[in-house]
Design a protein around this ligand. Structure first.
Ligand SMILES: [Fe+2]
Length: 235
């Protein structure tokens, strides 16, 4: 039997490590106030995907999609990124990575540039990894997500990304805003599968293998600005 009194009696909020240097300080509270963080930022249908008889959305072969974040999370993360303004130039030369050369550059900000890497890795550990283990069964990676970043696509800057493989065993790509409202166009096309995911849903996460089978491209954003959060897990 499992008993909880959270609903009836409330709960204590741990404010010892509450950093007030950000616009949305609650985003950083995944460690100290995990219950609050989950309630505020994790999609209400998240755990349905983990149920034994869950129907998993698979828009292309071995490309799966899950609701993970609330709209509030998406808005807060985009605002933090835009507030930092640390967008890369989208060039091959990139001093942020070891070796200084990015083969497939995007206009992006790495999570660690806004001090968000630890929170993001905890999100992967707690929420993304269980979904990976459910769908791609038998694969048990460790916590080695090296590249975590938010990409900005817009017609006047970087509208698309040519076909490439990711430097990952599996990748996630989370839509942070709304097609038809915030932007038009966009999406991901998987070349070998000849299959595109264009009905992107804010707060939903695409998950797919990074190499060999899932050569893919970012489709052209034709108006507005599209934001996605991306991780290359287990390089
Ligand atoms: Fe990619």
């Amino acid at each position: 039997m499992y008993i909880t009194n959270i609903k009836n009696w409330g709960y204590l909020v741990n404010n010892e490590n509450f950093d007030i240097s950000h616009i949305h300080n609650d985003l950083w509270q995944i460690f100290d106030n995990e219950y609050n963080w989950r309630k505020r930022y994790i999609h209400t249908n998240y755990s349905q995907s983990l149920e034994p008889d869950a129907l998993i959305d698979m828009p292309c072969n071995d490309v799966v999609r899950f609701p993970v974040f609330t709209e509030l999370f998406c808005d807060h993360l985009v605002e933090e990124m835009e507030n930092s303004g640390k967008w890369s130039a989208g060039k091959n030369k990139d001093d942020r990575i070891s070796g200084g050369y990015e083969n497939v550059p995007t206009v992006d900000i790495h999570m660690n540039q806004i001090g968000f890497e630890d929170v993001w890795l905890q999100f992967i550990r707690l929420y993304a990894r269980p979904l990976q283990r459910k769908v791609f069964i038998g694969y048990k990676g460790e916590d080695t997500s090296l590249m975590n970043f938010v990409v900005r696509y817009k017609p006047t800057e970087q509208p698309l990304l040519k076909p490439h493989h990711d430097a990952s065993t599996w990748s996630i790509n989370i839509a942070l805003n709304r097609i038809g409202v915030d932007f038009t166009g966009g999406g991901t096309r998987f070349v070998r599968q000849n299959c595109s995911v264009t009905d992107v849903k804010k707060g939903w996460m695409l998950m797919h293998p990074g190499r060999l089978t899932h050569y893919h491209e970012g489709l052209e954003v034709t108006s507005g600005t599209r934001y996605i959060a991306v991780s290359f897990v287990d390089p």
